[in-house]
Design a protein around this ligand. Structure first.
Ligand SMILES: *Cc1c(COP(=O)(O)O)cnc(C)c1O
Ligand SMILES: [Zn+2]
Length: 419
């Protein structure tokens, strides 16, 4: 099996065999995996997909591996939740949450891209893998590499959340904190990939890695009865997930696997403290101006996004939009999602909910058609963004309990949490 015909430069179109490669030799442009879609159309049916386990590998013909997958066999298949209470709060009557906060094994959407990139790394016979990460990729590469018996080197900005650091170290990875931003870490990893024959999932395996994000789109469409939603709202760091989710819808359409044409409007969400893609979209431009990140949404803190141009282009082309959220709005977004839907998202999820609220207020989102928001990471990983001042402690006495009942204004707490 395997339907990949090769790699193609997304800038100049030069073709390469499927291989480890960071960028195009001719123009330094990013690379894309090419498939034989005619052959896939002859093989892939709804019945075949639905006969397979609920993991991302049920769409394996559309993923860039040649043999059996070997990493992340249980990844994907996360719930699409009808979000009635959050929808009412935002005035959206058909709101859904694609909840990758419960992805296996490390509770973020990054498990999708790592499953694909490391399965590919093993096909290449690589024994050492790694990544440059804003946190979630570090967790996922470390966990999946250990489970696959691979050695991993993970490089992160040294100031990441403690939980993301612990959630990487625990797997026995070779974790290196770098004094600098993610963009500094990424540049260093490019140099490392030039010197060592290692598989860095988002550097020289990036074109394979990105394909894993398409499964986020496939799963949404399948759960909606093989229909692409009217709109999606996706948090953006490097701009890969948003671009590839849309590519996923378009591939299903091309293969005749959707009931209707794709009319999805694509919306992007960033933090105000790191908004190079959203700022470009607001200028109606695809020219990004890099920024120096300063936000609590550290998983989205990429100042010079590798796929930023493609993200902005997809948003503008589909009639979508992008906006950004302040740190305070991010916390409010986390609280609103938790108190309406019982889902605890990390700061990136707060960004998505806060931006969805803004877009709804701006009347940019369709009120009565399916709108899907991407919750991409788990709140237990970024608890230090929240504070504990609303927590009451009493003596184990009924009188103390009743004193608190009288004194404490619980409605005020609810209002503070859901504001
Ligand atoms: C990495 C990440 C994103 C965005 O990923 P890109 O594909 O780089 O845009 C979104 N949410 C979370 C939680 C992430 O870790
Ligand atoms: Zn090129």
């Amino acid at each position: 099996m395997g339907y990949v015909t090769g790699l193609r430069c997304r800038e100049c179109g030069t073709r390469f065999p499927k291989q480890l490669r960071a960028f195009c030799d001719e123009c330094f442009g990013p690379l894309e995996v090419d498939y034989d879609y005619e052959a896939i159309a002859g093989a892939l049916t709804h019945d075949l997909i639905q006969s397979r386990p609920k993991t991302l590998w049920r769409y394996r013909e559309l993923l860039p591996i040649d043999g059996e997958p070997t990493v992340g066999l249980h990844t994907g298949g996360t719930p699409l939740v009808k979000a009635g209470r959050l929808g009412r709060a935002l005035g959206l009557n058909q709101l859904y949450i694609k909840n990758d906060a419960v992805n296996f094994p490390t509770l973020s959407f990054k498990d999708r891209v790592v499953a694909v990139a490391l399965s590919k790394a093993r096909e290449f016979g690589l024994e050492i893998v790694g990544c440059a990460s804003t946190g979630n990729l570090a967790n996922s590469v470390a966990a999946n590499a250990s489970a696959a018996g691979l050695t991993s080197f993970v490089l992160i900005p040294a100031n990441l959340e403690q939980t993301k650091v612990i959630g990487t170290l625990v797997y026995g990875t070779r974790l290196i904190g770098v004094n600098g931003t993610y963009d500094d870490v990424n540049r260093l990893c490019s140099e490392i990939s030039g010197r060592y024959n290692w598989g860095l999932v988002n550097v020289n395996l990036r074109h394979f890695y990105g394909e894993g994000s398409k499964t986020f789109g496939y799963e949404i469409a399948e759960a909606l009865g093989w229909r692409a939603p009217a709109a999606i709202v996706v948090p953006m760091a490097g701009g890969s997930l948003i671009t590839k989710s849309y590519k996923g819808f378009k591939e299903l359409e091309q293969l005749g696997l959707l009931e209707d044409d794709v009319k999805t409007q694509v919306f992007g969400a960033q933090a105000e403290g790191c908004n190079p893609i959203a700022a470009a979209v607001k200028r109606k431009s695809t020219d990004l101006i890099p920024v120096k990140p300063n936000t609590i949404a550290k998983s989205l803190a990429i100042g010079d996004p590798a796929d930023g141009y493609f993200a902005a282009r997809t948003i503008l082309k589909t009639g979508g939009w992008a906006d950004d959220a302040t740190d305070e709005e991010i916390i409010e977004g986390i609280n609103l999602l938790a108190s309406t839907e019982g889902i605890f998202a990390e700061t990136a999820g707060g960004v998505t909910v806060a931006v969805t609220k803004k877009l709804a207020e701006q009347k940019r989102l369709p009120k009565d058609e399916p709108v899907v928001i991407a919750i991409t990471g788990n709140g237990l990983k970024t608890t230090e963004a929240l504070d504990l001042t609303l927590f009451n402690v009493i003596e184990p006495k009924l009188s103390a309990f009743e004193e608190l009942l009288d004194e404490r204004d619980w409605r005020e707490q609810a209002a503070a949490l859901a504001s």
